[in-house]
Design a protein around this ligand. Structure first.
Ligand SMILES: NC(=O)c1ccc[n+]([C@@H]2O[C@H](COP(=O)([O-])OP(=O)(O)OC[C@H]3O[C@@H](n4cnc5c(N)ncnc54)[C@H](OP(=O)(O)O)[C@@H]3O)[C@@H](O)[C@H]2O)c1
Length: 286
C-alpha cells in the first residue's frame, strides 16, 4: 500500500475504506474492524453518515487489542452543510471529535459546496493551525466552485473528494485541482455498483490479463493516474479483494480502453440540480 504526500507534507494512504450507508452501528463497527484487519489504514466517515461513534468504537477496539496504534491510522470525517458558518463549524467539529472519541482528526472536509463555506473554512483553518486536524479539504467542489474557493481562501484545500470512476473520469477537473496543489480523492470508485461495473466486458477482459476482477481493475485505474480511492464493502472477502491491487500495473493500452468508458457526466448525483441542492440544504446531522 502506497502513501501520497499532501501539499502540507502529511502522508495519506492512497487507498482507504468508506462507510457511507453503513448505518447499523454493529455492522459499521464490524466492517471497520474487518477493514483494519484486512490492511486498510484510512477510514472515511462523515457527520451525516451518522456512524462516527461506531467508527470510533472500532478504532478504540483495534487499538486496545494491539492491532494498530492511533498514529498508524488516517481518519477522515466531514462537516455537514447545516454546520457551516464559523461558529457552527467549530461546534460541528467538536461533535465529530467527541463521537469518534479522538484527540484529533487526520483529514476534515467541507462535505458539500453549499451554504457558508467561507465561514466554515475559517474555523477549519483555525482548528488546523491549533493541531486538532492534520489536513483540511473539501468534497464535491465542482470545477467552477472549486476554482472560486481555491482562489479566495488563504489555506488551499489539500484534498477535494469527488466522484471519480471509469464512467466519470473528470480529467480536466483533476488537472485544475492540481494547479492549486489539491489532491483528488475518489468517492464511489466502484461507481456504487452502477453500469454493471462488476461484470463490465472491458474491465473483465483486462482483468483476465492480470488475474484480477473488474472491480480491482477499476480501482487500479484511478490509483495509477494518481487518484486515491475509498471503496466500500460490508463483505470481508470483497474488502480483501479491493485492497489486493498492489501487485500489478495496467499497460498504457489498457488505461486507454478504460479512459474510453467515460460518459462525461455523473449518473449518481448532479450538483446543478435544484432538487438536489434543496435536499442537501435540508438534511440535518443528529
Ligand atoms: N464525499 C461524498 O459526498 C461521498 C459520496 C459517496 C461516497 N463517499 C465515500 O466514498 C466511499 C465509497 O463510495 P460508495 O460507498 O458510494 O460506493 P463504491 O465504493 O463505489 O461502491 C460500493 C458498492 O459496491 C459493492 N462492492 C464493493 N466492492 C465490491 C466487489 N469487489 N465486488 C462486488 N461488489 C462490491 C458494495 O456492496 P457491499 O457493501 O454489499 O459489498 C456497495 O454496494 C463511501 O463509503 C464514502 O466513504 C463520499
Amino acid at each position: 500500500m502506497l502513501n501520497i504526500r499532501l501539499n502540507n507534507g502529511v502522508e495519506m494512504p492512497l487507498e482507504g475504506f468508506g462507510v457511507f450507508q453503513v448505518s447499523d452501528p454493529a455492522q459499521c463497527k464490524q466492517a471497520v474492524l474487518d477493514a483494519i484487519g484486512a490492511g486498510y489504514r484510512l477510514i472515511d466517515t462523515a457527520a451525516i453518515y451518522m456512524n462516527e461513534d461506531a467508527v470510533g468504537e472500532a478504532v478504540k477496539e483495534a487499538i486496545t487489542t494491539g492491532l494498530v496504534k492511533r498514529e498508524d491510522l488516517f481518519i477522515t470525517s466531514k462537516l455537514w452543510v447545516s454546520d457551516f458558518g464559523y461558529e457552527n463549524a467549530k461546534r460541528g467539529f467538536q461533535r465529530s471529535l467527541d463521537k469518534l472519541g479522538f484527540d484529533y482528526i487526520d483529514l476534515y472536509l467541507l462535505h458539500q459546496p453549499f451554504g457558508d463555506v467561507y465561514g466554515a473554512w475559517l474555523a477549519l483553518e483555525e482548528l488546523y493551525n491549533n493541531g486538532l486536524i492534520r489536513a483540511i479539504g473539501v468534497s464535491n467542489f465542482y470545477p467552477g466552485k472549486f476554482t472560486e474557493f481555491a482562489e479566495l481562501v488563504d489555506t488551499k484545500p489539500m484534498v477535494n473528494q469527488i466522484e471519480l470512476h471509469p464512467f466519470f473520469s473528470q480529467y480536466e477537473a483533476i488537472k485544475n485541482m492540481k494547479r492549486y496543489g489539491c489532491h483528488p480523492q475518489a468517492w464511489g470508485p466502484l461507481a456504487e455498483g452502477n453500469h454493471g461495473i462488476f461484470s463490465h466486458p472491458v474491465l473483465s477482459l483486462i482483468g483476465k490479463n492480470h488475474n484480477k476482477s473488474a472491480a480491482q481493475i477499476a480501482l487500479k485505474w484511478n490509483v495509477q493516474r494518481g487518484v486515491s480511492i475509498l471503496p466500500k464493502s460490508v463483505h470481508k472477502e470483497r474488502m480483501e479483494q479491493n485492497i489486493d491491487i498492489w501487485d500489478f500495473e495496467l499497460t498504457g493500452n489498457e488505461i486507454k480502453q478504460i479512459d474510453a468508458l467515460d460518459l462525461g457526466h455523473s449518473e449518481i448525483v448532479d450538483h446543478n440540480s435544484p432538487d438536489l441542492v434543496r435536499y442537501l440544504l435540508s438534511a440535518r446531522v443528529n
